[in-house]
Design a protein around this ligand. Structure first.
Ligand SMILES: *Cc1c(COP(=O)(O)O)cnc(C)c1O
Length: 232
């Protein structure tokens, strides 16, 4: 089977999973977008995805993302950045990302805003929320208690547009339960910022739980492109 056929078959099954999850949740099948996470996979795969109708791709490491976005600049894709953001790289990320989903601290706001201004293009932002239990060895994401203030800062930045929230299910907890907590946390943000209604929830292993919790898009890597080499 060619790589194109393999990716095409995987896309069919992922789209069917999304459609089934929507039916199960009583949602329209076109209410959930698909963002394909292309980290570790070559630009040639991104090109195949574009040819198969994918409009949105995501990356999580700046150098890899920057190179791939440049190589695929002719494809008209929307690039999402979903990885850990270093403050000294945030401005550079704004140069090729239409959507940054992993903004999780105040220090990044001005950097990203400055980068967007230099690029001359408003960047959509999702604030990443940590769903880890309080006090747990905290990975990425703003603590829910600090979300409101961070969202306000993003909304005030001239070159950023606050579009919503992103989260990753914590390790060792049922994704559905964690995502349900996010829905409560989100209510206050939407009240303050009615346009921030996007919700990026669900990966290959838990897309059904993401859709059930109201995801407006899911971020799918391995179920479309195959397993990645283990990190480190
Ligand atoms: C890698 C990654 C994904 C995709 O993960 P899969 O399990 O391969 O679908 C989604 N979101 C983020 C933030 C990621 O880093």
């Amino acid at each position: 089977m060619s790589r194109r056929d393999e990716i095409a078959a995987n896309l069919v099954s992922v789209r069917a999973r999304i459609a089934d999850a929507c039916a199960e949740a009583g949602r329209y099948a076109d209410s959930v977008g698909l963002v394909v996470v292309t980290k570790f996979f070559p630009a040639s795969d991104v090109r195949l995805l574009a040819g198969l109708g994918v409009t949105d791709v995501a990356e999580n490491r700046h150098q890899e993302a920057e190179a791939k976005a440049a190589e695929c600049a002719d494809l008209g894709l929307r690039w999402h950045f979903v990885g850990g953001l270093q403050s000294n790289k945030a401005a550079a990320v704004a140069a090729y990302s239409q959507v940054v989903e992993s903004l999780d601290r105040a220090k990044l706001v001005d950097r990203l805003d400055g980068g967007a201004e230099r690029t001359g293009r408003v960047v959509d932002v999702l604030v990443q929320v940590s769903l880890d239990p309080p006090g747990a060895d905290h990975r990425a994401g703003v603590a829910p208690a600090e979300l409101g203030e961070l969202a306000d800062r993003v909304a005030q930045a001239s070159w950023l547009r606050l579009r919503g929230l992103m989260a990753v299910a914590p390790l060792g907890e049922d994704a559905g339960a964690a995502f349900a907590r996010l829905l409560e946390i989100r209510t206050a943000v939407i009240t303050q910022h009615p346009d921030a209604s996007e919700l990026s929830l669900g990966m290959s292993a838990d897309l059904e739980q993401g859709v059930a919790a109201g995801a407006t898009h899911v971020r799918i890597g391995s179920a479309v492109l195959g397993s990645r080499p283990p990190v480190q």
